[in-house]
Design a protein around this ligand. Structure first.
Ligand code: PQP
Length: 401
């Protein structure tokens, strides 16, 4: 526990950012946070919060002061035992991080990702054709879940696809970055069973000869990493690669269905499809928050932060900061949305973003080719998680083009 730091200058926010009601609809809370000040004291957890773009961006880009190796969730690994062996990518600082990162950069290179396109397109066309025949469907389960859970395990080289396990593991890992609330407890109850399954899938023998998994093990063969580290990087891929894209694609479909004029703009100009994804990530960021831990005493905007203290960065509040964005609460696929921090920034900036972008582009393009109108038939249902934002159900109807 951190000692009280309520400097009279520091705005205190009493609301719980991980309250289920706030997670379900966080936007008013984010506004409160940004307007309270550049640095706030979150009394509920006794740690620092950042909601403005400039400060979130600066913190992401100062890994020497705001480290990841004490965990990027609320738990401080220097004081509490992590729920699983820490990631050698996400939960490390240079120089260890640099070694893992350079391997992932190679494995997920533009050339490697480009090779996936035609398989992704075939899968997208099949899935989209099937839902269009039905006319009415659930865009969350039938598209946003169905597509990544088909193509991503193939790309990694998982031979047996138990999509349900992969989604459950992601849900556990992302809940585990948060506090011990009901979401955390429910997740942890199934962690032993699901973790056992995941660890088994991270073995060299469980992976096909082609795919990202085998590429990672090739670096172990070169002596750059150990066999165990290779398995840990496969675990990173499996943790990071599914829930994030499921939620990202779901948020894109929900935003388009809720804003039919944007769908029409996109139909008239399909080259906007990649921008749609950036605008989605800005507007409805699938990864809402990450933490850092201070490595030294540091002053931020006149506020003194002590050493070893947790800082909660609200990526999604930064992505709607009116100081950075015009009309931040409008979903506008024609705006310049790049520069958002939904993929992070700096040395931990999302190394898998090209795969995510490709998935979104291919699925939306397949839909765009075949669908004239996309409309909600009832209110979408939000999917609650301590870190991610997404939709459990998006009931829609479509008419064929
Ligand atoms: C959002 C790495 C990255 C990716 C890990 C790990 C877990 C999650 C993520 C989060 N992540 N995009 O375990 O190494």
């Amino acid at each position: 526990m951190v000692e009280a730091k309520t400097d009279s200058k520091v705005p205190v926010v009493d609301k719980d950012p991980f309250d289920l009601g706030i997670l379900a609809d966080p936007f008013d809370f984010h506004e409160e946070l940004r307007e309270a000040g550049p640095v706030v004291w979150l009394e509920q957890y006794r740690l620092w919060g950042l909601g403005r773009y400039e400060n979130v961006h600066a913190t992401l880009n100062d890994w020497e002061t705001f480290c990841s190796s004490a965990g990027v969730g609320i738990s401080n690994f220097r004081k509490e035992k992590p729920w699983r062996e820490p990631s050698i990518l996400l939960e490390k600082d240079p120089p260890e991080h640099t070694r893992a990162r350079s391997i992932m950069t190679k494995v997920l290179s533009p050339v490697a990702v480009r090779k996936l396109r035609s398989d992704f397109e075939t899968a997208a066309e099949k899935i989209v054709d099937e839902v269009i025949q039905r006319g009415e469907f659930d865009a969350a389960t039938d598209l946003a879940e169905a597509f990544p859970t088909k193509v991503f395990p193939d790309a990694v080289g998982l031979t047996a696809h138990e999509r349900e396990y992969l989604l459950r593991y992601g849900n556990i890992a992302f809940n585990a970055f948060g506090p011990r609330n009901s979401l955390f407890e429910a997740s942890m109850a199934e962690a032993p069973e699901v973790s056992e399954w995941i660890i088994d899938k991270c073995r060299r023998e469980a992976l096909s000869e082609h795919g990202f998994g085998a590429q990672i093990f090739a670096h172990a063969d070169q002596g750059e990493i150990t066999e165990h580290e290779a398995g840990m990087l496969v675990r990173s891929l499996l943790t990071a690669g599914l829930d994030t894209t499921v939620n990202g694609i779901g948020c894109a479909l929900r935003s388009l269905a809720a804003n039919p004029e944007q769908w029409q703009i996109l139909r008239n100009n399909p080259s906007l499809v990649r921008n749609v994804f950036d605008e989605t990530l800005r507007y409805d960021s699938p990864v809402q928050t990450f933490f850092r831990t201070t490595t030294r005493e540091v002053e931020v905007e006149g506020v003194k932060l002590g050493e070893g203290e947790k800082v909660l960065m609200f990526l999604s509040a930064a992505n709607r900061d009116p100081r950075r964005w015009e009309n931040p609460h409008d979903f506008d696929i024609q705006r310049k949305a790049t520069g958002h921090v939904a993929f992070g920034s700096g040395i931990h900036g999302c190394v898998g973003q090209m795969v995510a972008r490709l998935e979104a582009e291919v699925l939306l393009s397949a839909l765009l080719k075949r669908v004239k109108t996309l409309e909600l038939t009832s209110e979408p249902t939000v999917k609650l998680n301590n870190t991610t934002r997404g939709w459990a159900h998006i009931p829609v109807s479509v008419t064929a083009a």
